[in-house]
Ligand binder design. Structure first.
Ligand SMILES: [Zn+2]
Length: 475
């Protein structure tokens, strides 16, 4: 009987929360990365009042009438996390990038894309479960604009900023089912025309895929980068550039890029590069986790965190067991990785050594770093991958408060626009997007995933109720 009452009570709380109301979170510690006063210890002044979808007051001694009080004694309240680099058009499973490993005979790409579209609400919920109340989709098909619309209309979904198809130096025909995520652009005029087509969809960012190899030099694509930036800026749209070599990243910034996605991984950055980034107020998103996950998946050496195992989509995770793929269907890249897993791990170690060192250099120099994972790529799961990213940022030498700032206040700058100006902080007038933790992430960033509840748009959810533990057979 007592249990029944408790369940009914809990249900009524969350039913009540389904519509706008005044809520006071009392007795918790407020953690406000990047704010003038970064922590407000539990006392009368740490009360946080939410009115409808916004934060209405911090620290009032007298609560407004008709306020529902939620006791947060012993809890830690932060702005909702923001993952600034994800791709909804990719599931994270083994079949999601046929241009990298062709397994279309095992599972067709059309089937894969259909699964992704069908599972979109589930993917959204896994972000909220992970305390992530906003994400930036840094490139995908024109369908991305539909995703943004669907997310905006859904309660149990993060806020979504999007770029459309990537303006690329290379083509990826394997991903073209009529609405390709990557479009090869050959001339500055083509670039301008494509940006105008994108601008009609009101993108939050334009994305350039600045891939450099023996057939594609930095200089040959440079005029296209310039034209893309000029046309985008003329439409008041910021440009994010994928550039993983020092000289490519330097060229991108010199041509006017606003955001660098990924880290420089070919060499240690130099002083002039750091100065270039600070002078241009560049935001950089390191995406450390994605650098290990292709290699680890193919070598059957995945290092999933408990959060990923618990809150990641189990169907996606089941595909990563590459030993289940019939031998005659295994692409060479996976065969090689399976035969020499230590080589794969060595390569990852070398990339991380440089990327982590570069991150510390940029953080110390005051460059705005925004946390992001590149979730959706093979091995990088939507939602909880962010906690592996936090681990790697800690390994780089960032403090818990610095990491949290990268995932909140700084990330909001990358999100951009009107929404970006009202997320990532606990301030009056900001959206009531919050994470409530059971333990203090400033003691150890690992506690950032000790999530009790999540508030999105003023509606509070028990974290454990957001994602059903579902048992499905691997497909
Ligand atoms: Zn990406």
């Amino acid at each position: 009987m007592r249990l029944k009452t408790a369940v009914a009570f809990a249900l009524s709380i969350f039913a009540l929360a389904a519509h706008a109301e005044k809520i006071a979170l009392t007795g918790g510690t407020l953690i406000r990365p990047g704010a003038e006063i970064e922590t407000i210890e539990p006392n009368m002044n740490s009360t946080l009042v939410v009115d409808g979808d916004r934060i209405a007051a911090i620290g009032p001694k007298v609560l407004p009438p008709h306020t529902r009080v939620i006791d947060c004694k012993g809890k830690f309240i932060l702005p909702g996390y923001i993952d600034t680099h994800i791709h909804f058009f990719q599931s994270g499973d083994l079949f999601t990038r046929p241009d990298v490993v062709d397994l279309t005979k095992v599972r067709s790409y059309a089937e894969e894309v259909a699964w992704i579209k069908h599972n979109l609400p589930d993917t959204f919920a896994r972000y909220l479960r992970s305390g992530i109340t906003s994400v930036v989709d840094v490139g995908g098909p024109f369908w991305n604009f539909e995703v943004r619309k669907i997310a905006n209309a859904a309660a149990k979904a993060p806020r979504v900023a999007v770029a459309g198809p990537l303006i690329s130096s290379v083509s990826r025909p394997q991903l073209d089912l009529g609405d390709p995520p990557i479009v090869k652009i050959d001339t500055p005029d083509q670039a301008r025309e494509f940006v105008r087509k994108l601008a009609a969809q009101n993108p939050d960012l334009v994305k350039i895929w600045y891939i450099v190899d023996k057939d594609h030099s930095i200089d040959s694509f440079r005029p296209i980068v310039r034209a893309t930036v000029e046309e985008s800026h003329a439409h008041n749209i910021r440009v994010a550039v994928h550039a993983t070599e020092l000289e490519t990243a330097r060229a991108a910034v010199q041509e006017g890029a606003d955001v660098l996605v990924h880290s420089v991984i070919d060499k240690e950055i130099d002083d002039s590069f750091v100065k270039l980034l600070t002078d241009h107020h560049i935001i950089l998103c390191p995406t450390l986790v994605v650098f290990e996950r292709y290699g680890r998946t193919f070598a059957n050496k995945l290092n999933l965190t408990p959060e990923e195992k618990a809150w990641g989509n189990s169907e996606v995770i089941a595909t990563w067991d590459v030993r289940k793929i019939p031998q005659d269907q295994l692409p060479d890249r996976i065969k090689t990785a399976l035969a020499k897993p230590d080589d794969a791990l060595d390569r990852i170690k070398k990339v991380h050594e440089i990327a982590l060192k570069n991150l510390k250099t940029l953080e110390d120099a005051g460059v705005t770093i925004a946390a992001g994972t590149d979730a959706g790529n093979i091995g990088t799961i939507h939602g909880p991958a962010l906690f592996r990213e936090f681990q790697l940022m800690r390994e780089a030498g960032l403090t818990p408060m610095q990491i949290l700032q990268c995932a909140t206040a700084n990330a909001a700058k990358l999100f951009g626009g009107e929404t970006g100006a009202h997320i990532g902080k606990i301030e009056n007038g900001y959206f009531a997007d919050l994470v409530i933790l059971n333990s203090n992430p400033l003691d150890d960033i690992a506690y950032a995933s000790d999530i009790e509840s999540v508030m999105k748009n003023g509606v509070i959810y028990a974290a454990s109720a957001l994602v059903e533990a579902k048992k499905t057979e691997p497909r």
